[in-house]
Design a protein around this ligand. Sequence first.
Ligand SMILES: Cc1ncc(C[n+]2csc(CCOP(=O)(O)OP(=O)(O)O)c2C)c(N)n1
Ligand SMILES: [Mg+2]
Length: 365
Amino acid sequence: MPIRDKHEFKVSFLQVLDEDGRVDKQLEPDLSRDQLLELYRGMVLAREADQRMLRLQRQGRLGTFSPSTGQEAAACGPLLALGKADWLVPAFRELGALLMRGVPFNRVLRFWGGWEEGNVFPGVDRTLPIAVIVGSQIPHAAGLGYAVRHRGEKDTAVLTFFGDGATSEGDFHEGMNFAAVWKAPVVFICQNNQWAISTPLNKQTVSESIAQKGLAYGMPVLQVDGNDALAMYRAAKEALDRARAGDGPTFIEAITYRLMMHTTADDPSKYRAEGEVDQWERRDPLVRFRKYLGSKRLWNAQKEEQLRVEVKQYIDDQVKEYETPIDVKPDIIFDLVRGIAHELIEEQRAEFLHRLNDENEDADA
Ligand SMILES: Cc1ncc(C[n+]2csc(CCOP(=O)(O)OP(=O)(O)O)c2C)c(N)n1
Ligand SMILES: [Mg+2]
């Protein structure tokens, strides 16, 4: 009995803007001038905010954080396709996604400054807080997708982000499998930035791609140039539309690169070659998108200057707000973990406050 071929799988790759900003007319998404400018502003704001955070951290005004410079297209492109009724479930390297969602920058600063208040996003619904525990948000996204379907919420999808390293966690496989089996409306975006702290991709997995891992769970997959904001928008839009139409989850692998350190607590020159970074600097997502806007006559040096001034003013105001003392509510975590009151949590709160009081008395003595 001959052995027959049973299945054939393939992984496609999407790029809309090449590295010089030239667009593939067939694949160019139909976006208005305002949408294109909103996307560019999101990426510029993310870059400038990231660089400000680095300076604040170096001056001792902010705790450790995970810079996102170089990854703006992967985070911002999909946000342009995300609606208010959709859920956003971030990891920890999507500053641009949070800012485009409307999360005030001062809240992100509070998070990395060590304030529990940084987990609350006033005026922004359906947006989960930053998740530092690698991969932990993936089952949350699958569960939210399940809930959306269970409640019969039609035009709602869930968008979640994670890194290449997260795909080695059990949470990734469990979340992907559940979402596929439940036909949950979830779009999974892996930001493959080539590194998980000091672990390079070839030590993370021997798969030819990360995208193909989605095939094992029976969902459509696409590999995308993650430094191409138009390709990221297009891929996410199609996947979100499919999810909202009841056709289940999609897995997108965004090929991108972390241009700075993993967090402000490490020195990447200890584990990677400068030449590698230079190569990726030439693929800067902002430069590519700016060239595209220029070729459409939507952008020039004067508009760039105006935008930079406006963004700087916003960042200055937000930093000021972050550094304005607020009432410290040390027991806020008991309000936020469950969201609604519970007598066991109130018991724990009372115990916590009691101990805190004792400690304060000891310190005074
Ligand atoms: C469960 C868990 N294990 C280990 C860590 C420490 N840690 C933080 S980020 C990280 C690497 C994550 O790499 P990747 O998923 O590729 O995301 P990236 O940092 O590149 O954005 C590790 C191991 C953690 N936060 N959580
Ligand atoms: Mg990574």
